[in-house]
Ligand binder design. Sequence first.
Ligand code: UT7
Length: 320
Amino acid sequence: MYSRIIGTGKYLPEKILTNFDLEKMVDTTDEWIRTRTGIEHRHIAADNEATSDLAYKAGLAAIEDAGLTAADIDFVLVGTTTPDLIFPNVGCLVQEKLGIRGTPAFSLEAACSGFLYALVVADQFIRTGQVRRALVIGAETMSRIMDWTDRETCVLFGDGAGAVILEAAEEPGIIYSTLGADGRYRELLYASSGVSTRHRENSDIPALRMKGNEVFKVAVRTLESLVDDVIAKNNIEKGQIDWLIPHQANIRIINAMAKRLEMPMERVVLTVKTHGNTSAASVPMALDTAIRDGRIKRGDMLLLEAFGGGFTWGACLIRY
Ligand code: UT7
């Protein structure tokens, strides 16, 4: 038994924040942001939108794309680092919005690798026969954990949600997946306060903190060995991968991965320019974008990869 993708969706909040808008907020320039990151603008959730609202809209789009109704879904899993509440978890909030009952519904937190982690978990449930159709979502409102006075982080992130429907199948689908983590690097990328540490922090509002330059180096090193591992374990040639769907943190990291895979940039799905870094939402939104505009076709070989806070990382080799 395998799982395969039968539908995708995404949702981006209406409000757009451009680099020029940011020039008025912090000491930065459009030129610096574009050349160092590849970002031109990002979307920001409205005051009345929470992560579960974004997740629900992306999930519904994926359900419709698969030609299903919500009642056909028997597993809901959301990767997110910016949940609406401590609990109920975002999976339960999405399940309720979809009007379905009784299915397992939960969220998991693996920062920018959250969608890859969720996809791999759902794949395991399908492969063991416990689940037939899973709704897997990556959704974030990163704008809510930004320190809007910190130019080193607030120019990088955006909000959004992407979703896939995984269905049990006799042929893959997901051919291979790998996940990893290394907790030693927590000081390089973290949120400044949380639930059980709040009493000893100065601020009740968590803010994302990052030593970008150091994260950059570990990200490139880790992702390079990750893609090497995928190639070696599956005994494939680099040229057999049709599309790279990377986490969209920085165009320079993505360029390094394309180089490692000897892939022309036309075969790499890029959304960082208009989405910014949307953490767990970035990979499923990029996937949906390239499927809907017709670039990715049935039968294509896809490599999804992500790296983020924790540190966490993951990759999936998929026959679409
Ligand atoms: O998604 C989770 C994983 N996250 C990532 O993968 C992010 C990885 N890191 C990065 O993408 C990059 O390191 C950044 C985009 C965050 C930064 O780019 P960089 O080329 O590594 O720049 P830097 O941190 O070395 O900073 C270079 C200069 C510094 O000034 P000095 O010390 O050279 O005078 C910074 O203070 O750029 C300055 N700087 C800025 N200048 C204008 C930092 N942020 C800004 C800014 N506008 N927004």
